[in-house]
Design a protein around this ligand. Structure first.
Ligand code: NAD
Length: 475
């Protein structure tokens, strides 16, 4: 990677092609680094190299591949502080939350390392009178991993870890807003013993992603927005390659009338505002039973007003800047639209008067589904609350969305929670929790939230293809 001269550099913010990627610190708006973007030819060379390297990697015993990924886990643990600071510098995640991401990454790595043998072991499904039917699992080959910036360690490792363990090569395109993290991941994997051809970075924005998908790769695993996901699916269709898409959400929580209002407000506010609301499974819509609505809203707003907003490098900070300056406009528009349609602004509502891309944590009550706030992904420190009269109305509103990632219910009554959650059309269902991902469970979105599965056993199987063996013994 070579640094560009200032004269070549594009305007502030990661460029959309043009050769130079300018990395910006969202807490200040200042330039962090400038890097050369990969062009089509460089990407083609890397793909060719990866194709050759993959064959050897697939022949490498699984134990050796596991040893390399274990060494990666150890390296990341050892460099935790440095890596957390790097992540915070380029996408503004508060330092304590960057550290949390690196700590929680270890349990994902542990899950994959412990589960891969069983997930890809040969299976004899029939063995009778000289006939054996068996299934073996072979790597897909070359995997393009196009990733997002909001949890680069989580969403990246959901893909590249099982892909590498199962014998694939990976062309990893980190988001242009998490490029330094992508390069740090590359360095750690290669130092841990993953050959350079087997895991290679592709540096750049949308142009680099597009160029990667013009290459003869075997599969694309994408994490990002619905709009880009559609383009990725179209590019994948042109080559008929396997495609998985982890996309956005508009995740609802219903608060029933039997909860501890203060504790629930605290838990749900964290689910909505952690990582500055920039989580695919952040709570974005809140439905509150009319019997506790006013008390809950008061407790919720008090909780939000108590958040420490500040420099993301400060240990005490809970809310830092949003990662992308352009997104501040999206937040302003959602607030203006909601207010013009009758929502009541209870706190926040505007950009903060300080350098960097800060938006005040914002709560709007009396929200309705006429408002963009309750329909379009917000992906920031902003939430709408709507009063409901019963569980049926809550369920109807929860399902009134194009997305389907997660949905949650807070109630002390388990059967009530199970009844509502059985009716939600989403990949994950939460009782008395939210904004949660477990490596042991499949992570999947429905409709505009995506296609395919990562994590859990299905999230390992996603990286292999079955071979059906029909074996007849000679007489
Ligand atoms: P994005 O769609 O803007 O970008 C995602 C990636 O696609 C980036 O690496 C970008 O450079 C690349 N890209 C852009 N145009 C492309 C093209 N035409 N072809 C190929 N690649 C292209 O999304 P983002 O802002 O990085 O991430 C935020 C989104 O990701 C949100 O919608 C969020 O909900 C979603 N997300 C989903 C999950 C999940 O598990 N479902 C997890 C994290 C984030």
């Amino acid at each position: 990677m070579t640094a560009a001269t200032p004269a070549q550099a594009s305007p502030p913010g990661p460029s959309r092609g043009g050769g130079v990627l300018r990395l910006v610190n969202p807490a200040t708006g200042g330039t962090l680094r400038e890097l050369a973007e990969d062009g089509a030819e460089a990407i083609a060379r890397r793909v060719e190299k990866a194709r050759k390297a993959q064959a050897d990697w697939a022949r490498t015993p699984l134990e050796a591949r596991k040893a390399a990924l274990s060494a990666f886990a150890a390296a990341v643990a050892q460099r935790k502080e440095e890596l957390a600071a790097l992540l915070t510098s380029e996408m503004g995640k508060p330092i304590a939350q960057s550290r949390n991401e690196l700590i929680a990454l270890q349990s994902r790595l542990k899950f994959f390392l412990a589960s891969v043998d069983a997930a890809v072991a040969d299976e004899v499904v029939h063995d009778e009178r000289g006939w054996q039917e068996k299934i073996s699992y072979e790597p897909l080959g070359l995997v393009a991993n196009i990733s997002a910036w909001n949890y680069p360690y989580f969403v990246g490792s959901n893909v590249f870890v099982p892909a590498l363990l199962t014998g694939n090569a990976v062309l990893y395109k980190p988001s242009e807003f998490a490029t330094l993290t992508g390069l740090a991941i590359t360095e750690a994997l290669q130092e841990a013993g993953v050959p350079a051809g087997v895991f290679a970075p592709v540096i750049g924005g949308g142009e680099a992603g597009r160029a990667l998908l013009e290459q003869p790769v075997d599969a694309v695993f994408f994490t990002g927005s619905y709009a880009t996901g559609r383009k990725v699916a179209e590019a994948a269709a042109r080559q008929l390659m396997k495609v998985q898409l982890e996309l956005g959400g508009k995740d609802p929580v219903y608060v029933a009338d039997d909860v501890d209002v203060t504790a629930t407000a605290k838990g749900v506010a964290d689910g909505a505002f952690y990582n500055n609301g920039q989580s695919c499974c952040a709570v974005e819509r809140l439905y509150v039973h009319e019997r506790i609505h006013d008390a809950f809203v008061d407790a919720f707003v008090e909780e939000v007003k108590g958040f420490t907003v500040g420099d993301p490098m400060d240990e005490a900070t809970y809310i830092g800047p949003v990662a992308r300056e352009v997104h501040v406009r999206v937040l302003e528009e959602q607030v203006a639209d909601a207010k013009s349609r009758g929502a009541r602004l209870l706190t926040g509502g505007a950009r903060l008067d300080r350098p960097g891309f800060y938006f005040a944590p914002t709560v709007l009550a009396e929200a309705t589904h006429e408002m963009a706030l309750m329909r379009d992904e917000t992906f920031g420190p902003l939430i709408g609350i709507q009063k409901v009269e019963d569980d049926d109305e809550a369920l109807r509103l929860m399902n009134d969305t194009e997305y389907g990632l997660t949905a949650g219910v807070y109630t002390t009554d388990e059967s009530r929670a199970r009844r509502v959650l059985a009716g939600v059309n989403s990949g994950s269902a939460y009782w008395n929790c939210c904004d949660r991902v477990s490596p042991r469970l499949p992570w999947s979105g429905r409709r505009h939230s995506g296609v395919g599965v990562t994590l859990g056993r299905a999230g390992i199987r996603a990286f292999v293809q079955p071979k059906a063996w029909h074996l007849k013994q000679p007489r």
